[in-house]
Design a protein around this ligand. Structure first.
Ligand code: FES
Length: 111
């Protein structure tokens, strides 16, 4: 008999093998119908809703430096670790997701 999947386990979405997500890697995964940006920065994985809170532009592909990702549309910067905006024109935080690595696979789930 197979083990039952708990509600908590069911929330985790696989991003891919850690070995295939090198430093600086960015990708978007679908978590419960929401596009979520996953970024590897200084060895850590961060996950944020893939929508700028200014005009909803995707954050995927934005420049990452000093722990912040820049929205390519108008230049707002968001902290990867908190989702908080650090420059205008964005004033609201981006929703944060949690990440974990289990047996070499990176997963994302809602916080
Ligand atoms: S849409 Fe991102 S800064 Fe305007």
């Amino acid at each position: 008999m197979s083990e039952a999947i708990t509600a908590e386990q069911a929330d985790w979405v696989a991003v891919g093998p850690e070995a295939e997500l090198p430093e600086g890697h960015q990708c978007a995964v679908n978590v419960q119908g929401v596009s979520v940006l996953v970024v590897r920065y200084e060895g850590q994985f961060y996950a944020l809703r893939n929508n700028c809170t200014h005009k909803d532009y995707p954050l995927l592909g934005g420049e990452v430096s000093q722990g912040r990702i820049t929205c390519e549309k108008h230049g707002a910067k968001f902290e990867l670790s908190t989702g908080k905006p650090r420059t205008l024109p964005a004033v609201k935080p981006v929703r944060l997701y949690q990440t974990r690595t289990d047996q070499g696979i990176v997963y994302v789930a809602p916080l």
